[in-house]
Design a protein around this ligand. Sequence first.
Ligand code: SF4
Length: 487
Amino acid sequence: MSADAAVKYVTEIPEEEVKRVSNWINTEEYKEKNFARQALVINPPHACQPLGAQLAAHGFEGTLPFVHGSQGCASYYRSTLNRHFREPAPAVSDAMTEDGAVFGGQNNLHEGLENALALYKPKMMAIFTSCMPEIIGDDLTAFIKNARNKGHIPQEFPAPYANTPSFNGSHIHGYDAMLLSILQTLTAGKQVEGRCTGKLNLIPGCDFNTGNYREYARILKEFGIPNTILADISESFDSPCDGSYHVYPGGTKLDDAADSINGKATISVGPYATAKTFTWIKDNYSGKHVSLPMPMGIEKTDAFIKKISELFGKPVPESIKAERGRAVDALTDSHQYIHGKKFAVYGDPDYLLGYVSFLLEMGAIPYHILCSKGSKKFEKEMQALLDSSMYGKQGKIYMGKDLWHMRSLLVTDPVDAMIGDSHGKFAARDAGIPLFRFGFPIMDRVNKHRYPLIGYQGVVNMVTEIANKFIDIKDETCEDRFFELMR
Ligand code: SF4
């Protein structure tokens, strides 16, 4: 384009009007209007149910996620996972279009299953739905039964399925529904009276941080506790670059998942993301069953470590005790940079409880706490956590709100920093504060999913990132006479 070519706008808006509106959206008056908004959601910090279902499917050996529904939706789940992990997220869709919407999607499903089995040779296909088949009421149970009877898939082929309507819930609910169906399918008829695998089943929840999965495995190795992680995405989305493409890297072995029903104990550390799965496990799995909060921060990690020590009658290894000591040292060294700073946080319930717990330990003030898809139970638990510390007294919880609400909060009642996923970067920029990217999706930074946030190592990682950013800001903004070598 030549230098003198100019864009001709269809509608010219006077500069003064742009300025007026830019200022107005930063006012209390606008905030009130924004919070009165009911029929519109703007930039919600959650994804739709099927995306979570796809994550659960990727956590199992040789498993092909299968979307019953529209192709565009399937592209959205895949591209969001691609962008976050910078890895392929192989999945198929039976590509329902207008005729499927009118006559039902059974033909699409049958043809899709047969083709996917022939082409991609999976050991299991995990089927879940987009909005369209949910709206028209497709009967997955009958469709899959018919698929077996008509020979589109073998009678014994594992094909767990979950209804994941996106007009209800979020990615964590889809994750829960898919994980439950996979475990119900794989463990059917596998419980053996008197058998105990001696293993711990660990359920991390709907967690998009591959470093967390590796960290759980490492901690359990330090203890010498054999385990099965349900569902393990650490290799699926963080496999080595060896020059060849593997469709199904990693994942929990299907045999191990089937035998998990005979485990010695099962711990869920994603109570809000696996509520239904855990309820079913309590009624069906052998051994002990424990639900704990995600081990973020010192206190919640202590609870996790103590519980596995107690369940397996093993003392806490010296190496883990030393790690704890190092994490406490890292907190102490960084305390002065974070103490008293106000934070806005948003995200999934399990993660939010972790962030807030960690911030309270640092003497920071969790100030705006926003959850777009939480429950009353979560709100109560969060309030109790805030009430447990003098640093939590100023914290206010905003349920069912989005990141445009968050923007209003940031510009009318400022904080020092924000914690959440990449979607908050626009609000953080307008407010002129740093955003610490610890959630999902993180599409504008690299390798974040490789750094664990759980356990004592997670504490060190979080505190290092946060404290150093505040020090950077000081270096970038201070007068020359205060530009110091030591900070
Ligand atoms: S919300 Fe519904 S229509 Fe939108 S991507 Fe998710 S499944 Fe598809």
